[in-house]
Design a protein around this ligand. Structure first.
Ligand code: URA
Length: 243
């Protein structure tokens, strides 16, 4: 790269420029089920259709929204689902917990967080004197199961975001708790690491939002439970200051 190009990239804040070292081993191939296909990242709707769709969803009541989600075919995840997983709980909840996407058990039952991670989430709620359905609503970034529990793609999350946004408008929670990196990054439109997002008050459409670890991660990384406990205490203190 010539020095003029380097200078331009620097001016545009597009540096540092990373180069592969000559002896860098070839990257392992990612199994198809875990990768995001390039075409998944294209937005199929033209901007006008997207705006119309967004306006339509924006005016829906609960019944209409649930029906729209259950019939949704806006992204490839719809093809393999057994059930859509809309969300569950108090529709006027103060607390909104947002996970990543349904797993196998959730796909089979249509209810979020019913597997092992769900059991831990219930314990986390109990630790701050909350319980599913009582002042609490639980949902996910995407409403259909990503195959093999891979992360939802940008396109899938974007399509589903209209539904999540409407759920949040209808619930009007006082506090949102993002469970894990994927939920936090999608809600905040950020690529920051979970460790840098924890311990701060963020906002989603003016609603305070905090970030903690996903319960499925905590099942694999038990020592991190202490940090999650700290996050829950932090969330509780925010809620107390709001009510
Ligand atoms: N993990 C999630 O993120 N959501 C669920 O509903 C279940 C597991």
């Amino acid at each position: 790269m010539n020095s003029r190009r380097k200078q331009i990239l620097k001016e545009l804040s597009l540096t540092p420029i990373w180069h592969l070292k000559p002896d860098t081993p070839k990257q392992k191939e990612i199994p198809a089920s875990l990768s995001t296909k390039v075409e998944d990242l294209t937005i199929p709707l033209n901007p006008e259709e997207n705006t119309q769709q967004s306006q339509k969803i924006h005016s829906m009541n609960w019944k209409q929204l649930k029906s729209a989600v259950s019939h949704c075919v806006a992204c490839p995840l719809s093809a393999a689902r057994t059930h859509t997983v809309f969300g569950i709980g108090d529709e006027n909840a103060d607390w909104l917990f947002v996970g990543e996407g349904p797993g196998a058990r959730e796909d089979a039952t249509g209810e979020p967080f019913v597997g092992q991670a769900g059991k831990l989430l219930d314990q986390m709620l109990a630790a701050i004197e909350l319980k599913r359905g009582d002042r609490v609503y639980i949902t996910n970034i995407v409403k259909c199961r990503p195959p093999n529990n891979r992360n939802p793609s940008l396109h899938e999350a974007r399509q589903c975001k209209l539904y999540l946004t409407r759920q949040i408008e209808l619930i009007k929670p006082k506090l949102i708790v993002a469970l894990g990196k994927i939920a936090a990054q999608n809600l905040l439109g950020s690529e920051d690491s979970i460790s840098s997002m924890r311990g701060k008050i963020h906002h989603y459409s003016g609603i305070p939002l905090i970030v903690t670890y996903h319960p499925a991660y905590l099942l694999r990384a038990l020592p991190e439970k202490a940090k999650a406990w700290k996050d829950l205490c932090f969330a509780q203190s925010i809620m107390q200051s709001l009510t």
